[in-house]
Design a protein around this ligand. Structure first.
Ligand code: C2O
Ligand code: CU
Ligand code: CU
Length: 542
């Protein structure tokens, strides 16, 4: 069992009934001095000296940097691009090194991050892997982290043994080559991130994640200029170090004080003609209800697994759960104007450490400042159909009752007593908090479900917990068929390929899904703290 850099402070009975957020804020200020038990952290596996030194000043909500500590208003940064080392047509060969890099994010301070590539300059987001359908991709991964890691190709249909499963860790100092070929029809917007057992959250919040674009030869939107926005979350202490998770981060998923767009706080951009935007929610836990902060509309043209069959016009907002991606067309308009790209108020029923209580909704957050300066002939038409999407299941299949069905149930067990118990604690994962799938937390040796390759199935994903969880399934793109909440059933109004779907508290989401290759696939909540706490299971495909 790997012990974590996780500092839970004891709570006195007197404060136990307060909202934990406040409890931790107050408590961490008292415990800043004379925190005991810190010294043995240096000996923890995976604990870099740098890291251990910082944990003496381990902050909680009490001493985070103010939101103004990161400069805002720079032009939207372009991605770094992963260079193709191959000159063979149809082969993309490259090297990704995961390593510790110091960057000055807060003026006058340096922050130790874990990044892909040396990234001494440019965006701290991992470099863009820009490839085409049909390409053979060969990525040499060099792990210079003090912990085992893997690279997972989130959403891509890669063979199970190439997908960076937690059961295939790459040791510190080791190198591993991932190899896969991108099939036809796989064009879309994906990402890559580490997936080691119980260390995914930390590796991602220290900076490891990057975008992937797979392009089609016959892209109906090829004429649109593209804009890329990769959203990530950052939580910095007042000394500019990456803050560790506190109890509330484990319970609700970590949300820092900063939401970054391509690695910077609140950048600005100018839209002079109609554009195609690719959007990534690379945050550990933050839901992004995206809007322009007003009634301005946009058109959704794609989801996780590429283009929709038909564009969805006239949207004023779009919810992206952690892990999800989307493509939208943003119009330059007829007149110059400005807007604030915003994560609008959203309630995902975050929990408190008091039984039965929820935190208030998340307030709105400004993500980027947008100027619209339309030049003549800025407008471009979106075709009325984008590409055919065949339903995975015909209604005849379903009616005949021959479709195999699987049930996935999200459950929680909160033992408030042990969470609040004096001395409950430290080092290991937080006590008294269980997030489960089908009654159990993750066990790398257990197969939770078995499917046959090539056989379409209906999965129902039922959320019996007190908060929302984004469900994610590896190795394939599925179709949402319908949802049921409080007895009200709705069928999904449009066809789309997804690998991540939010399941609200009390909701059941039904999907049609099929796996192509035999092997083991993960499915889990994409709030990374929940994944690490065991809200993950293995699907065996035979
Ligand atoms: Cu992006 Cu298994 O996750
Ligand atoms: Cu994934
Ligand atoms: Cu979750």
């Amino acid at each position: 069992m790997i012990r974590r850099e996780f500092l839970v402070r004891t709570l006195s009975a007197a404060v136990a009934s307060l909202f934990a957020r406040d409890v931790f804020a107050q408590h961490s200020m008292h415990s800043m001095h004379g925190m005991s038990g810190m010294d043995d952290m240096k000996d923890m596996p995976g604990m870099s000296p740098d890291h251990a030194a910082h944990s003496h000043a381990a902050p909680s909500a009490g001493n985070l940097a103010p939101e103004s500590a990161l400069p805002a208003g720079a032009p939207l940064a372009a991605f770094r691009k992963l260079a193709n080392e191959s000159s063979e047509p149809g082969v993309f060969r490259a090297t990704l090194v995961a390593q510790s890099v110091r960057r000055q994010l807060m003026p006058g301070h340096s922050t130790a991050l874990w990044l892909y590539g040396d990234a001494a300059q440019g965006s701290i987001v991992g470099p863009l892997i820009d490839v085409r359908e049909g390409d053979t991709v060969e990525i040499r991964f060099v792990n210079r982290l003090p912990q085992p890691s893997t690279i997972h190709w989130h959403g891509l249909p890669v063979p199970p043994d190439q997908d960076g499963n937690p059961t295939n860790p790459i040791a510190p100092g080791a190198t591993h080559v991932y190899r896969f070929t991108l099939p036809r029809g796989s064009a879309g917007t994906y990402w890559y991130h580490p997936h080691p057992h119980m260390m995914t959250a930390e590796q991602v919040f220290r900076g490891l994640a990057g975008p992937i674009i797979v392009r089609a030869a016959d892209d109906p939107l090829a004429a649109f200029p593209e804009r890329h926005l990769f959203f990530s979350d950052l939580k910095l202490a007042s000394d500019a170090s990456v803050a560790p998770n506190d109890m509330m981060d484990w319970m609700n998923g970590r949300e820092g004080q900063f939401v970054l767009v391509n690695g910077a706080r609140r950048p600005r951009l100018t839209v002079a003609q109609d554009e195609r935007w690719r959007l990534w929610n690379g945050c550990s836990a933050r839901y992004l209800r995206l809007s322009f902060g007003n009634e301005q509309t946009f058109t959704q043209v794609g989801t996780d697994g590429g283009l929709l069959d038909k564009p969805r016009d006239g949207l004023t907002e779009l919810l992206l759960a952690p892990g999800e991606r989307a493509e939208i067309v943003v119009r330059a308009g007829a007149q110059p104007s400005t807007a604030v790209l915003t994560a609008a108020v959203h309630d995902r029923r975050k929990m408190t450490m008091t039984e039965g209580r929820s935190l208030p909704a998340d307030p709105a957050k400004a993500l980027a400042d947008v100027r619209f300066e339309p030049r003549p002939s800025a407008a471009r038409a979106v075709p009325p159909t984008l590409r055919p999407i065949a339903p995975l299941l015909s209604s005849a299949d379903t009616a005949a009752g021959k479709v195999p069905r699987k049930s996935v149930v999200f459950e929680e067990a909160m033992d408030m007593k042990s969470m609040h118990r004096p001395g409950a604690m430290m080092s290991a994962l937080p006590p008294g908090m269980k997030f489960m799938i089908n009654g159990a937390t993750f066990d790398p040796l257990r197969i939770a479900l078995t499917s046959r390759a090539g056989e379409v199935e209906i999965w129902s994903i039922e959320n019996r917990t007190d908060m929302d969880h984004p469900f994610h399934l590896h190795g394939t793109q599925f179709q949402v068929i319908g949802r049921e909440l409080d007895g009200a059933k709705t069928t999904e109004p449009y066809l789309a390929w997804r690998d991540t779907v939010n399941v609200q508290r009390g909701e059941t989401v039904r999907i049609a899904t099929v796996q192509r290759d035999a092997g083991e696939r993960m499915f889990h909540c994409h709030i990374l703290e929940h994944e690490d706490l065991g809200m993950m299971a293995t699907l065996k495909v035979v």
